[in-house]
Ligand binder design. Structure first.
Ligand SMILES: [Zn+2]
Length: 471
């Protein structure tokens, strides 16, 4: 079914800017996987009708930063109270050597299913499980699992050519690659999977795990040049905590963003995860180059890193998107809770920085720093923009039919004056009546066709026991 009429929506959010952020609808026609028309539309003879009465219609979410293998590492007791650097050692790096093909595939499936059931149609996964001599292909597994669920998938091919520890002390799964091996594998993946089409289901990006630490200095520019020669985008972690500022200053005598600028790593084909800790000049540099950000408020909150200055970034010209980040630092790696957090935390940031007027303050708080319309735009068309998926263009005629239909038949939403804001403003996960990706049904009445959720839960519990026993 790729042609149908969505009929009678209570409200429509489009993901578009300004006055176009909402559409009166109440109907939306899809033909051959593309939105053909929106407005008051009568069914055509034989046309399939999707009843959206009492429902709110959003574009499917676009998640621009994740580490799917961490979906089996939620709430690890050893890392729950730690900040980024000790947490990396306590949780993801402690467990990553335990992942074989079976556990990796299971973790990827759990993460994708969680996202899909929140109304997410596109996922960019920053996968860094690559090491010399590994005997399974994590890239292939991720593409296979995303394809089985019918989601658009961008593989951000991570990895490192150096570590801060002595290589001889490390187990094989933590050893770095050579730069040649990394670049050769990116080339292989582009040839095998990368589709440059605006409505692609599969893309590849060059994504050394944390360019500031994972590469030798001279290699940073080489990765950028190689990506651009292949026509793919660039992604990495940057400025997640004050630790990045200290390290860049100590190693290179400059800010983290200035370091990336010196090595050709800014531009509209680059997006960074986090960007929490920035000075004014860094914000200006990011803005004038049209660089993108994957804002990950729940992970930044969970690790106590801070709240990214998203309002200032967007005003400066940065392309803003939303990422859930790995579930080892975000126990709810779905786009509904993530966007709810983005809405609240941007406003809180404004309030946190408010000063009394006698000390030069100009506003009482930050309620104007993020509207629900802003957050929906960041989480949908903003994400498609940083990924370069120009066909995933929100809810408007000509765009791909990536559409989420939420039911508000729950006491949580009773009494709500403006139902359009419900999925973001009220928090919690609404029932997902329908999710379409390219016009294909991916979720129907909260169920993923062909998926045995109880069996997946049993497998997850067994795998968690195994990981805990292995320590
Ligand atoms: Zn991350």
């Amino acid at each position: 079914m790729t042609s149908f009429l969505i009929r009678g929506a209570a409200a429509i959010m489009t993901g578009l800017p300004g006055a176009a952020a909402r559409h009166e609808g109440p109907d939306l026609r899809v033909r051959d996987g593309i939105i053909e028309a929106m407005g008051r539309l009568a069914p055509e003879p034989g046309e399939r009708v999707v009843d959206a009465g009492g429902c709110v219609v959003y574009p499917a979410w676009v998640n621009t930063h994740h580490h799917l293998f961490q979906s089996l590492l939620k709430g690890d007791a050893a890392g729950i109270g730690l900040t980024l650097t000790p947490w990396l050692a306590a949780t993801p790096y402690r467990f990553r050597a335990r992942f074989d093909e079976r556990l990796f595939r299971l973790a990827a499936r759990i993460g994708l299913v969680e996202l899909l059931r929140s109304g997410c149609g596109t996922v960019a996964d920053h996968n860094y499980l690559y090491y010399p001599g590994m005997d399974f292909d994590t890239s292939a597994i991720l593409f296979e699992e995303a394809e089985a669920l019918g989601m658009r998938f961008v593989l951000c091919r991570g990895g490192a050519t150096r570590t801060r520890q002595l290589e001889a002390d490390l187990p094989g799964a933590l050893r770095p690659e050579s730069l040649d091996a990394m670049l050769d594998d990116v080339g292989r993946l582009v040839a095998a999977y990368h589709d440059p089409a605006p409505d692609a289901m599969r893309r590849v990006a060059m994504a050394p795990t944390t360019a500031l630490f994972s590469l030798a200095t001279e290699e940073v520019r080489q990765t950028a040049a190689h990506a651009r020669s292949l026509g793919i985008r660039l992604h990495t972690h940057l400025s997640e905590t004050v630790g990045y500022q200290d390290s860049a200053r100590a190693m290179h005598g400059c800010s983290p963003v200035e370091f990336m600028a010196r090595h050709d790593w800014l531009g509209s084909d680059v997006w960074f995860a986090h960007l929490v800790k920035l000075d004014e000049e860094e914000i200006r540099l990011l803005g004038i180059t049209g660089t993108g950000v994957a804002h990950c408020p729940q992970s930044n909150g969970r690790l106590g890193s801070g709240i990214a200055p998203v309002r200032a970034l967007e005003d400066a010209g940065v392309a803003v998107s939303i990422g859930v980040d790995g579930a080892a630092s975000n126990e709810a790696a779905d786009m509904i809770s993530e966007t709810h957090a983005a809405w609240l935390m941007q406003r809180s940031r404004g309030g946190e920085r408010a000063k009394p007027t006698y000390a030069g303050g100009r506003e009482e708080g930050g309620a104007a720093h993020a509207s629900v319309e802003d957050v929906v735009r960041w989480g949908t068309t903003g994400g498609a923009r940083v990924l370069g998926l120009d066909g995933v263009a929100g809810l408007r005629p000509g765009a791909c039919a990536d559409i989420a239909v939420y039911s508000l038949d729950d006491p949580r939403y009773f009494g709500l004056h403006d139902v359009a804001i419900a999925p973001v403003a009220s928090g919690g996960r609404p029932v997902l009546e329908w999710l379409f990706v390219g016009g294909h049904v991916r979720v129907e009445r909260d169920r993923i066709p062909g998926l045995d959720l109880a069996a997946l839960g049993a497998e997850a519990r067994q795998a968690t026991r195994e990981l805990l026993a292995a320590g």
